[in-house]
Every structure is written in structure tokens, then in C-alpha cells.
Design a protein around this ligand. Structure first.
Ligand SMILES: *Cc1c(COP(=O)(O)O)cnc(C)c1O
Length: 323
């Protein structure tokens, strides 16, 4: 177990290019658990959230509900666009998704200017391992392994800056009650010994370790990001060349290279297209259900061959022309 956790911590450090002093910490419960960990151990008084889809919105709700924090500042944008963080004097923690999986929009990983000492928490659950990143720009780059890492859920990982580790130690020392399961300092102490507080799912760790090694063997994050970008280029240029398809995210620079969302014209019944695809073994390209759009959503994670994305577009062409 310790060897496995060690291999993952070293591999993630290398893959994501963590700066000196940053450390890879992990615990049980997935990215959703990390929102509670961060609410309890990282937000000092007030958080600012960028919310432009399901996942950014959920973290905002977590800090808003915390009785020991000031009401959060939530900067929202309509699904299909991006809300950007803004420098604010009364905020000690900024939070944004890197890749909003529900809508297929990406935000830059960049610390807003001023005030000194504020930290940035980046939800990289579907972006980590697939999007280029400068980790020096963020204090917690956290994710779960079931997206770009092609593993299973139930675990969270966070690459933490020294400022984030210090912040957690200070808050947890200050008398705020933090359940042990959600304590970041406990997770840091365990991770430093290549272990977790309680028993993790070993199969998840094995899948993750193998995927990290595979990505490193192929050429690391640069290779992975290029491969995803190649898939995205195929998907978006296809949609733009069809009269009945439109990329959902209007601004090209906000379009995700890992989760592509394509609206279909209203006369095309997307449920039928999905059913035919499914019946022929092409699965899981449905839109995020709560969005309720006539939309395809395509995972273009590094494990996906760009040729398969091209094949998918040919299948959709066939269905739209003949079904
Ligand atoms: C999937 C996802 C989550 C939730 O992850 P869990 O491991 O299920 O808690 C959070 N944020 C983003 C951006 C996601 O894609």
C-alpha cells in the first residue's frame, strides 16, 4: 500500500510539474469531500467562487452554508460561458473549476491580483492530467481519479502549496472544530507517510498509478494536453462545419479540450441519436441532464484516441442523414 501511494505521489508531482515545496495529499471521499475539507480547513473568513456550472456552484453552496464563515461572494455566469474571479479586499480564498465538466467550459488557473495572502483553490477534477497548468499560480489543485486519470471514484488528491498547508494548520489550531475525517492537516500528515487516514479502495489506487505511469511514459502532461487538443479540434471543427450542430460554448478560448459540448438543431431528436449510438456500442455522450439541452457531450480525456472522436462524428453524421 505504501509503495503504491508513494508511486502515485511521485508520479503526480512529476506529471503536473509541482513546484518545489508543493506536496501531493490524498484522502477518501472524492472531490465532493474535498469541498468540505476546504470549507473547514482552508477558508478563513470569506470565499469568492466562480460558478458557471454544476460543480463550481456546489462548492459555492458548501461555503455559503458554513455558519462560521461570512457569506460567500459568488460570481456567476450562464452555462456555456465562464465566470472569472476578481480581486477583492475582503476575500481570503478564491475558488474556481479548471474545467467545468457539466458545460464543457475552461477557466484559466491564475491567482487574482492582491490582497496578499489570499489563496486560490482550483477544482481540477476533470482537467488535471489533461490541461496544461502552471501550478505556481494556485494553492490547491485538487481532483478525483475517475476523469482524466481513467480510474475509479471515491478518492481526492490535492497538490498543495506551502501557503495552503500553513493556512490549514493555523485554522485547525485556532479552535475551529474539524472532524478528523475532514481534517486537511491529518491528511497531510498521513500523506507524508504515504498513507491515508482510513482504508482506501486499493483497486482505485492501482488504476490511478498505472494511468499516471502511462501518461508519463507517453511524454507527460505536454503529450496528454496535445492529444486532448487534437480531439477537441476534430470535434469543434466538425460541429462548425455542420449546419445542424453548434459548439455550446460560444467563445473558442473558453471551449474545453477535455469535455466537448455540441448543441444539435431542434429538429434533430438527440434522444434518438443517443439511443442509436448506444445500440451500436457508442456510449455515454449524453449532455449533463440538469442542463436539459438538445446536446451531445463528449469526453476527450487522454485515454481517448482522437481517431475515435473522428469516428464518433462520422457516426453522428450518418445518423442525422439517415435516421
Ligand atoms: C466529477 C466532478 C466533481 C465531483 O467529483 P466526485 O469525485 O464525484 O466528488 C467535482 N468537480 C468536477 C469539476 C467534476 O468534474
Amino acid at each position: 500500500m505504501k509503495d503504491l501511494v508513494h508511486r502515485i505521489r511521485e508520479g503526480v508531482t512529476e506529471l503536473l510539474g509541482a513546484p518545489d515545496g508543493y506536496e501531493v495529499v490524498l484522502g477518501n471521499g472524492g472531490a465532493t469531500a474535498f469541498w468540505d475539507v476546504a470549507t473547514l480547513c482552508l477558508v478563513e473568513r470569506k470565499a469568492q467562487h466562480a460558478a458557471f456550472g454544476e460543480f463550481g456552484g456546489k462548492f459555492a453552496t458548501a461555503t455559503e452554508r458554513a455558519p462560521f464563515l461570512d457569506p460567500s461572494q459568488v460570481i456567476s455566469a450562464e452555462p456555456g460561458s465562464v465566470a472569472y474571479l476578481e480581486a477583492a479586499d475582503d476575500v481570503d480564498t478564491y475558488a474556481t473549476p479548471h474545467n467545468e465538466t457539466s458545460t464543457g467550459a475552461i477557466a484559466p488557473v491564475r491567482r487574482p491580483a492582491g490582497p496578499d495572502g489570499a489563496i486560490l483553490l482550483t477544482d481540477a477534477t476533470s482537467g488535471a492530467g489533461a490541461l496544461p497548468v502552471d501550478l505556481g499560480q494556485t494553492d490547491a489543485y485538487y481532483f478525483a481519479p475517475q476523469k482524466a486519470f481513467a480510474a475509479d471514484g471515491g478518492l481526492w488528491l490535492a497538490v498543495l502549496s506551502p501557503a495552503a498547508v500553513e493556512r490549514a494548520a493555523r485554522i485547525e489550531d485556532s479552535g475551529r472544530w474539524v472532524p478528523e475525517f475532514l481534517s486537511l492537516t491529518t491528511a497531510v500528515a498521513n500523506s507524508r507517510q504515504d498513507q491515508t487516514l482510513n482504508t482506501p479502495a486499493v483497486a482505485t489506487l492501482l488504476l490511478l498509478a498505472d494511468q499516471v505511469d502511462w501518461l508519463l511514459g507517453q511524454g507527460g502532461l505536454e503529450w496528454s494536453a496535445k492529444r486532448c487538443a487534437a480531439s477537441a479540434e476534430i470535434l469543434y471543427s466538425w460541429a462548425e462545419s455542420r449546419e445542424w450542430a453548434t459548439p455550446f460554448v460560444a467563445r473558442p478560448e473558453e471551449r474545453s479540450t477535455v469535455v466537448g459540448t455540441i448543441d444539435l438543431a431542434p429538429e434533430i431528436d438527440v434522444e434518438r441519436v443517443l439511443a442509436e449510438l448506444w445500440a451500436n456500442g457508442v456510449q455515454d455522450v449524453f449532455a449533463y441532464r440538469k442542463l436539459g439541452r438538445n446536446q451531445l457531450r463528449v469526453g476527450m480525456y487522454p485515454a481517448v484516441d482522437p481517431d475515435d472522436v473522428a469516428a464518433l462524428t462520422a457516426c453522428v453524421d450518418y445518423l442525422v442523414e439517415t435516421v
